[in-house]
Design a protein around this ligand. Structure first.
Ligand code: NAD
Length: 347
């Protein structure tokens, strides 16, 4: 018996977002899982009509459906509106940002065996947005780290490690310099780690050393847990290890809702050119399938994506090919439609 359709909020976003969202929707529909897409606009296009890039109806839709798939949204640098992405994560308390980075056969990268999972705290740190000028020539940003949020993200990382048969969690910090704030983050991770002793290994690294070691020898790491800002930076580094931002998916998970989105931004220079790589957003859709419990379907879609990239005939420009966004999605959709096992397991 077919299950009821999953109602999902779909936010196409800015720049390359709408093309990627369309490609992702077609791939997910081709799995046979029943989705009902509630398309809501957020970002630059909303400002003229609603006076804000994040109208309340967007948050209402996500609260109602408890699940969203989101394209990237432009944030002006320096002035103007606060980041829609950060506001959304904070407003919905999407406290865990999950960013897997796994090597894909066929992509020219320095390593072939990278398999990392970045767990980034998503609600506080310097992203709390508490900034002010101190006179005309100095500015201050306040970094917030709490025990509650640090222990919560550490528990998420350890629970993820257990559920996904991972063996080690590495906490990343700069507690040698920020002894109180990063010190509290590290202390919280150590406290949580004690409850998993004998089951999941725990270690910590100072963030600068971590970056160097990730570039030199990434396979020594497994699951990483980081405060917000280091998590943002280190996850882009990890994306670079496996083929770039075009292939890096993400998920923002909260107690009540979850928003799935690629790591990359709106890449405005490629907007409307059918040139951007939809892999990161499609893989974010794969994370959404897993979240909904369609583990076999998710594995099937991921295998198809990896096969298409490994074969190399239909890959986008960032991966050295000539395929357009739509053509790449077509190649995946064709294979899914020809593989009834994937669709059938959705029932
Ligand atoms: P970006 O990720 O948009 O682009 C950086 C470069 O990465 C691009 O020039 C392009 O070469 C490459 N790239 C990114 N995605 C790609 C894809 N799918 N296919 C092929 N190449 C791809 O980063 P940026 O230029 O720093 O940011 C642009 C805008 O996006 C900014 O306004 C920023 O605030 C916003 N942003 C949004 C999110 C989000 O919505 N979650 C995340 C990051 C940045």
């Amino acid at each position: 018996m077919a299950l009821m359709a999953h109602r999902v909020t779909l936010i196409p976003g800015d720049g390359i977002g709408p093309e990627l969202a369309e490609a992702t929707r077609r791939v997910l529909d081709a799995t046979g899982v029943a989705f009902e897409w509630e398309v809501v606009e957020a970002g630059e296009a909303c400002i003229a009509e609603h006076g804000t890039p994040l109208p309340e109806y967007v948050l209402d839709s996500i609260r109602r459906n408890a699940i969203a798939l989101k394209g990237p949204i432009t944030t002006p640098v320096g002035e103007g509106f606060r980041s829609v992405n950060v506001t959304l994560r904070q407003a919905l308390n999407l406290y865990a940002n999950l960013r897997p980075a796994r090597s894909i056969r066929g992509l020219e990268t320095r390593y072939e065996d990278v398999d990392l999972v970045i767990v980034r705290e998503n609600t506080e740190d310097l992203y709390a947005g508490i900034e002010h000028m101190v006179g005309p020539d100095a500015a201050e940003s306040i970094k917030i780290i709490t025990r509650a949020a640090s222990e919560r993200i550490a528990r998420y990382a350890f629970d993820y490690a257990v559920a996904n048969h991972r063996h080690k969690v590495t906490a990343v910090h700069k507690a040698n310099i920020m002894k109180l704030s990063d010190g509290l983050f590290l202390e919280s991770c150590r406290h949580v780690a004690a409850a998993y002793a004998g089951q999941i290994e725990f270690e910590d690294r100072i963030v600068d050393n971590m970056c160097m070691q990730l570039v030199q020898n990434p396979s020594q790491f497994d699951v990483l847990v980081l405060p917000n800002l280091y998590g943002d930076i280190v996850s882009d580094l990890c994306a670079g290890l496996v083929g770039g931002l075009g292939v890096a998916p993400g998920a923002n998970i909260g107690m009540d809702s979850a928003v799935f989105e690629p790591v990359h931004g709106s890449a405005p220079k490629y907007a409307g050119q059918d040139r951007a790589n939809p892999t990161a957003m499609i893989l974010s859709g794969v994370l959404m399938l897993r979240h909904l419990g369609y583990v076999a379907v998710a594995d099937g879609v991921e295998t198809v994506i990896r096969d298409v990239i490994a074969e190399g005939a239909t890959v986008t420009h960032d991966l050295g090919g000539t395929a357009g966004t739509r053509e790449f999605a077509d190649a995946i959709v064709r294979r899914l439609e020809a593989a009834p096992a994937v669709a059938a397991s959705a029932e």
